[in-house]
Design a protein around this ligand. Structure first.
Ligand code: FMN
Length: 367
């Protein structure tokens, strides 16, 4: 809509929360449980959101906000901004165009798309649809290591720029909502993930395929074998971050899997700074979980993250309006980030450091 055409209709979503509400109204009960749910009592799911709000911004003024630079460097490559689409399985449950629609939204906003192992689009189809777009591949390690080797080879061959090995899912978390409302299986004709040749994989099959005995030596082997950097996703302690670095990871994603795995683990924002302090000078530290506002992104960068992964909000956009919705979600976040940078007095995102954040006074008062 042109800028001078007056106010948008009341229904047009203007925030990620608007997309959340609209998506909630549009999804069937099983898919709703899959996208919105977390593990157990969902304490961590809620705390991910709250954790960013426990930090207050310490803004500086009169530093000149005319020229904004939100660029960052991730795994040695300059990026125009710090957003990455988190890997999320079974996107075809949410929208018929699935990962391709998400990847189009990512490409339109110059955002890295991380394709999940359990995509409903093959790694090759994604490249064919968007040959030049920046892409990472998320790896779940199957008990059948031959499959993992094949997937790694394929990701390297197809020009995926990083291998994101998810390390926080030896087994699937107890997800009450999914137990109450079983997640629908993707229909055979729409499931095109990498292991669907002789049948197709449903969300309920996941636990049985993934190797619960994945170990640091596997990470070391992947890092040695892959021609692309390995990133360990699902790290919550400095101890594990150090081990990841020792075993060849070039990055870590501080993540509790969006509160979907072990309930009552540390929230994303709380886990971040100690990990940055432990390994931030050796590898790139990324973070995800509960990031819903540009101010959350700013806080993540101030705490030392190189980039942030955005999960559910992208699926909300996808559910509401396919590529256009997912794209708008990313644009809203980027717009909010620009405003936050200008108003916090950090026109260049690279300037952000711990001096821009403090424990919020309202948290201290409650203690
Ligand atoms: C529906 C759904 C599916 C997901 N599938 C995967 C997956 O296949 N692999 C993975 O590493 N993480 C997966 N995640 C976790 C996300 O990558 C990310 O860590 C999390 O969603 C971030 O939190 P947020 O949703 O609050 O932004 C999934 C998350 C959701 C919501």
């Amino acid at each position: 809509m042109a800028a001078d055409s007056g106010p948008q209709p009341a229904a047009a979503p203007i925030s990620l929360a608007d997309y959340e509400r609209l998506a909630a109204e549009s999804l069937d009960a099983g898919t709703h449980a899959y996208v919105f749910g977390g593990a157990g009592d969902e304490v961590t799911l809620r705390d991910n959101l709250a954790s960013w709000q426990r930090f207050a911004i310490r803004p500086r003024v009169l530093v000149g906000a005319g020229q904004l630079h939100r660029g960052t460097t991730v795994l040695g490559r300059p990026r125009p901004h710090p957003l990455i689409v988190a890997p999320m399985a079974f996107q075809r449950l949410v929208h018929r165009d699935a990962d391709i629609a998400t990847a189009r939204a990512a490409a339109a906003t110059n955002t890295i798309m991380c394709l999940p192992t359990f995509s409903t689009t093959t790694p090759a189809a994604l490249v064919e649809a968007l040959p030049g777009a920046p892409r990472w591949f998320q790896l779940y390690v199957f008990a059948d290591r031959g499959v993992s080797r094949e997937l790694i080879g394929l990701a390297c061959e197809l020009g995926y720029e990083a291998l994101v090995v998810t390390v926080d899912l030896p087994v699937t978390g107890v997800r009450d909502r999914e137990l109450r409302h079983p997640v629908p299986s993707p229909r055979p004709e729409t499931a095109a993930g990498p292991r669907t040749a002789g049948g197709f994989i449903a969300p309920a099959d996941l636990g049985g395929l993934i190797d619960p005995d994945l170990s640091w030596s596997d990470i070391e082997r992947f890092a040695a074998d892959a021609s692309i950097p390995v990133v360990a996703k699902g790290i919550l302690t400095p101890e594990d971050a150090r081990l990841a670095v020792e075993h060849g990871a070039r990055g870590v994603v501080v993540s509790n899997h969006g509160g979907r795995q072990l309930d009552t683990v540390l929230a994303a924002a709380d886990a971040l700074a100690p990990i940055v302090d432990a390994v931030g000078d050796q590898v790139d530290v990324l973070v995800d979980g509960g990031i819903r506002r540009g101010t959350d992104v700013l806080k993540a960068l101030a705490l030392g993250a190189r980039a942030v992964m955005i999960g559910r909000p992208v699926l909300w956009g996808l559910a509401v309006d396919g590529t256009a919705g997912a794209r708008r979600v990313l644009e809203i976040l980027l717009g909010e980030l620009d405003t936050a940078l200008a108003l916090a007095g950090a026109p260049n995102a690279a300037q952000l450091d711990r001096s821009f954040v403090t424990t919020a006074p309202w948290v201290a008062e409650r203690r």
